[in-house]
Design a protein around this ligand. Structure first.
Ligand code: PGA
Length: 253
């Protein structure tokens, strides 16, 4: 059975004190509520990884980073390596987010190398894919996502592929308040699973968690998560509020 997952993507938000407050509230929520039926991951900015790890303690939630260098180590000022994250026992890392693709010109080829570095260091990549509005309007969403998944991930062995978490995030739905309909999400998730099945077989495809991301909030999470191929969410804005993030996690059964 594949895992149900709710992952928070804090992006470049919160000061240290604000981060401390959100994590503290999240821990209180987790302690006070019944055990979740999903795995919770919080992907913080690099400077807060250790703080989040200290809070996560006895596995109430797990901690992830938001990006990683494609290089091993050396003269790459400002970069953070997978080995560094691994040495801090960071278990997850987002790669290929549409904001990285758009503002940092990240290609599928670069994303493939980042995925490789993470896997070499036993970190599970949360790999994002998704089309922009013009592509959806031109009915090119399947073509775009197929290229991202194929060029970014299909060089992996089945064993390596089994470590991935995929996140489908239609770019037109990210931070815009516009959510994909449950039907649109299900249609794309089923398509991604069919691509995986074609390449790696049904067992690998059935075991891969595919998350939805893009303006997911407490009011729409339940109907998105009710779809058979939607295994949870990658949550941006709503993960900055511990009550909203908790409510989203609780709607994933
Ligand atoms: P959003 O972001 O929930 O704020 O739309 C999702 C994401 O970019 O991961």
């Amino acid at each position: 059975m594949r895992s149900k997952i709710v992952a928070g993507n804090w992006k470049m938000n919160l000061t240290f004190d604000e981060a401390d407050e959100v994590l503290d509230k999240l821990m209180t929520n987790l302690e006070e509520h019944a055990a979740l039926s999903c795995k919770m991951i919080v992907c913080t900015p690099y400077p807060y990884l250790e703080l989040a790890s200290d809070y996560s303690g006895d596995s109430y939630f797990e901690v992830g980073a938001q990006d990683v260098s494609a290089y091993d180590k050396g003269a790459y000022t400002g970069e953070v390596s997978a080995a560094m994250l691994g040495s801090m026992e960071i278990a997850y890392c987002i790669v290929g987010h549409s904001e990285r693709r758009a503002y940092h010109n990240e290609s599928d080829e670069l994303i493939a190398r980042k995925v490789d570095r993470l896997l070499e260091n036993d970190i599970r990549p949360i790999v994002c894919c998704g089309e922009v509005l013009e592509e959806r309007e031109a009915d090119k969403q399947f073509e775009v996502v197929k290229r991202q998944v194929t060029d970014g991930l299909f060089h992996l062995t089945p064993e390596q592929f089994g470590k991935l978490i995929i996140a489908y995030e239609p770019v037109w739905a990210i931070g815009t308040g516009k959510t994909a309909t449950p039907e649109q999400a299900q249609e794309m998730h089923a398509y991604i699973r069919s691509l995986i099945a074609e390449k790696y077989g049904k067992v690998v495809a059935e075991e891969t968690s595919i998350l939805y991301g893009g303006s997911c909030k407490p009011s729409n999470a339940k109907e998105l998560f009710a779809n058979p191929d939607v295994d949870g969410g990658l949550i941006g804005g709503a993960s900055l509020n511990a009550d909203d993030f908790m409510a989203i996690a609780e709607s994933l059964k």
